[in-house]
Write a protein that binds this ligand. Structure first.
Ligand code: HEM
Length: 400
């Protein structure tokens, strides 16, 4: 498999035939022109890799990002292996995860439901005032940003700034492909850093009932301000575009399978299982990276120490050895164990929040739109963006 093939417009539109070809031809593919990265696509190979951080490291992979020099420094600060949850290995990871999960609890998330519903209703009211609308711009993009900024305790008058910074933090990763002007992104990273530093200091002096105060309290004596800033930025990178994509992907999948959409509208209690099926069938995070810490084997293939692994979750989630009729979008599917939120110690910390936002959004949207459809020309012309790591429509013009 060559990287050009991964990036080809055809694969970005529909990567699944390509994933299937990889998965069915061999368990391991060496990407010669991609620094010798090995692609792994089968469920039964990926799940145990994610369960074994001692052998398959997250920490070792982080410094390999190729970014423009100035942004590189900011990004390296962010990815500093020592203090970044997602880019650390046990025992450091265990310590960090314990601290942040004390603040980011399922209870705190569940308490957000009425507020998430109110925000969703407000967004829907304005979106559905028009017969035709872009679901991404009007609902899927703003919802997660508003929710996380309210949870963190960002003042309403700073939300616009926060949204811009958050978009730019996410784009840091795209910079490595050399397609964006680093100037505005660097400026946003600096402004966000200054804002968070000041807010953390303020909450330390005067705690409020918000996530930043809870983090400051949980981390007192263990983490420095820089570590808290790094974690807050991680929430933005890890939580916003992914949840946006989950909503977009759910709508695309439902509209492409009209009988499933009709079934869901008739039986709204199926919403949680429709969300699980979207995660399996059209996952927002298509692949993860790891690096081997010693010589090993995967499916009998020798893999040397220091090999980068490209774990294609989206291929594993359609592995016919694991899922019955994997190419069918079935909102009543009973097969469990999709890998869209990862697996093992790094399992997505924000999964309860993402599931809650997606559930509320579908519960509120579907009864209001009995005749939901793609706008003319949209079904076959979805812009899926340029990333092979994250998948979701950039725009989604619908009519109701
Ligand atoms: C980790 C996916 C939403 C915060 C992960 C991982 C995946 C993932 C695959 C594992 C990364 C790895 O093993 O290297 C998703 C998807 C989402 C979503 C598909 C939406 C549908 C969120 C949200 C938040 C969040 C809403 C928080 C606001 C995190 C954090 C980690 C993480 C902090 C790192 C956990 C650790 O390293 O221990 N996510 N995520 N995610 N996610 Fe999510």
């Amino acid at each position: 498999m060559q990287p050009q093939a991964m990036w080809s417009p055809e694969n970005l539109r529909n990567p699944y035939p390509f994933y299937a070809a990889l998965r069915e031809s061999a368990p391991v593919h060496v990407l010669a022109a991609f620094g010798g990265t090995h692609a792994i696509t089968r469920y039964d190979d990926i799940a145990p890799i994610l369960k074994n951080p001692a052998l398959f490291s997250s920490q070792r992979i982080a410094p390999g990002l190729h970014l423009p020099k100035e942004v590189g420094e900011q990004a390296r600060r962010f990815f500093r292996a020592q203090n970044n949850l997602i880019a650390s290995d046990p025992p450091q990871h265990t310590r960090l995860r314990t601290l942040v999960s004390k603040a980011f609890t399922p209870r705190r998330v569940a308490e957000m439901e009425p507020r998430i519903r109110a925000i969703t209703r407000q967004l829907l009211e304005s979106m559905l005032a028009h017969e035709e609308f872009d679901l991404m711009a009007e609902l899927a993009v703003p919802l997660p940003v508003i929710v996380i900024s309210e949870m963190l305790g960002v003042e309403p008058e700073r939300r616009q700034d926060f949204k811009r910074w958050s978009d730019h933090v996410v784009q840091t990763v795209a910079l490595s492909q050399g397609k964006l002007d680093p100037g505005p992104i660097l400026q946003s990273l600096e402004q966000l850093h200054a804002y968070l530093e000041e807010t953390i200091e303020r909450r330390r002096r005067e705690p409020q009932d918000d996530l930043i105060s809870a983090l400051v309290e949980a981390a007192e004596g263990f983490l420095e301000v820089e570590d808290l800033i790094s974690f807050t930025r991680l929430l933005l990178v890890a939580g916003n575009e992914t949840t946006t994509n989950l909503l977009g992907n759910a709508l695309v999948s439902l509209l492409r399978a009209p009988s499933e959409l009709a079934r869901l509208q008739a039986t709204p209690t199926l919403v949680p299982s429709a969300i699980e099926e979207t995660l399996r069938y059209e996952g927002p995070v298509q692949s993860l990276m790891r690096m081997t810490t010693q010589d090993t084997q995967i499916a009998g293939h020798p893999i040397p120490e220091g090999t980068r692994l490209f774990l294609v979750l989206a291929a594993a989630n359609r592995d016919p050895r694991r899922f019955k009729e994997p190419e069918r979008f079935d909102i009543t599917r009973e097969d469990q164990g999709q890998l869209a939120f990862g697996h093992g110690v790094h399992f997505c910390l924000g999964a309860p929040l993402a599931r809650l936002e997606a559930r509320v959004a579908l519960e509120e949207l579907l009864p209001r739109v009995r005749q939901l459809a793609f706008a003319s020309g949209q079904e076959h012309d979805i812009d899926w963006g340029e990333s092979f790591l994250l998948r979701g429509p950039r725009r989604l013009r619908l009519r109701a």
